[in-house]
Design a protein. Structure first.
Length: 369
């Protein structure tokens, strides 16, 4: 063999190193390309979801003026109604209530718009007047309501009968699903102390002692509640309990106001109607709630005793005795929930509208989530 054709060991080793180096850079290049493609795909998904989120939020925001138009249309119809008695009622046949029965489909996506009058929930501020408890029924009513809500935390969703039944744990203390105890009476008193104008607890001692020990420290508000979320600041109220209360309660109107509207409240809020003779009131039982719902389903209207209307059933025929706080049958404040979905992205806008002055309707609260 020609010596020139022989490969020296050193040359073969050098060629092997070159091959390894080439393979390394090829793998490095392939990895870089894969990383670039993956990042480009992720960036594309992020940009797409951002655009869809912006579209969904714009769709939900646009539903709030629509809701305002509907509640003002209802106000106009009431003013033109020849039957003056009919104008005193908010009910599920009103134009603002009908919109929630069918989703609104647009080219951009789907919109679910729900409007409810303030009376569909208990206005906590209706339990107070001039910064003080309105009457001696405030404390026992709050205790009964909190017992009911905490009981539902314990038993969970087990049908309407369980929701309406209410209940207590051992020794009168209600327990949540985790076994930690809530004391409904203590919670009721803490809520009253948070709202009333003085700085002394109902059971004695300074109201701010607990709050000044928190990080950061703060003081009792000593004014009407501004939001349901504010309850989480009150001693004994944690986030789970506040979320459990949210379907039952609201805070509008901020100053005074009336109680629950029996014509629009859902069944579980109807079960929070507190009725009977003073000093011996109780929450509405399941049979009373069904009777109220049956009247509404048949097209009837629940009204105050003494109101003359062909479709009216006096509330006292179903719930004997007075109702505390006094029920409402007409409202000027409305809660709006607009849920918009574009592809798989959803945005929700919650707002509170005030139509008391139709010439200058007001937006009282706004939240996007």
């Amino acid at each position: 063999m020609n010596p020139r054709l022989r490969r020296s060991p050193r040359r073969r080793r050098d060629q092997g190193l070159v091959m390894v180096s080439v393979l390394f850079f090829v793998l490095l290049l392939v990895s870089a390309i894969a990383t670039f493609v993956r990042r480009a795909s992720v960036d594309g998904l992020v940009a797409r979801n951002r655009d869809r989120g912006a579209q969904a939020e714009a769709l939900a925001r646009g539903a709030v003026p629509l809701a305002m138009g509907l509640v003002l249309e209802d106000r106009l119809r009431e003013s033109q109604d020849d039957d003056e008695a009919a104008a005193r009622f908010e009910r599920h046949s009103d134009v603002w209530a009908l919109v929630g029965r069918t989703p609104i489909t647009t080219e951009a996506g789907e919109l679910h718009l729900r409007i409810e009058d303030a009376g569909a929930r208990l206005n906590l501020n209706a339990l107070f007047a001039d910064g003080a408890a309105r009457d001696p029924e405030t404390e026992p009513y709050l205790e009964r309501l909190l017992e009911k809500v905490v009981f539902e935390l314990e038993v969970g969703p087990q049908g309407e009968d369980a929701r309406d039944a209410g209940g207590l744990g051992a020794r009168g203390v209600a327990y949540d699903a985790r076994g930690s105890a809530y004391d409904p009476l203590e919670l009721a008193r803490n809520l009253i102390d948070w709202v009333d104008e003085d700085g002394t607890r109902l059971i004695g001692g300074p109201e701010d002692a607990y709050y000044q020990d928190q990080i950061p420290p703060y003081r009792a508000a000593n004014r009407p509640l501004l939001s349901v979320d504010e309850l989480a600041l009150i001693e004994g109220f944690d986030r789970e309990l506040v979320d459990a209360l949210r379907p039952y309660v609201g805070v509008h109107p901020l100053a005074g106001g009336d109680g629950i509207n029996p014509n629009t409240a859902p069944s579980y809020v109807l079960a929070a109607l507190y009725h009977g003779p003073p000093g011996d009131r109780r929450l509405a039982d399941a049979d009373s709630v069904r009777a109220l719902l049956d009247i509404r389903a048949a097209g009837g209207i629940l009204c105050a005793d003494g109101v003359a209307h062909p479709d009216c059933t006096p509330l006292g025929e179903v719930l004997p005795g007075d109702v505390y706080p006094p029920p409402t049958f007409q409202n000027e404040v409305f809660h709006v929930t607009a849920e918009a979905r574009v592809a798989d992205v959803q945005r929700t806008v919650q707002a509170v509208l005030d139509r008391s002055d139709p010439a200058e309707p007001r937006l009282l609260q706004w939240r996007v989530r």
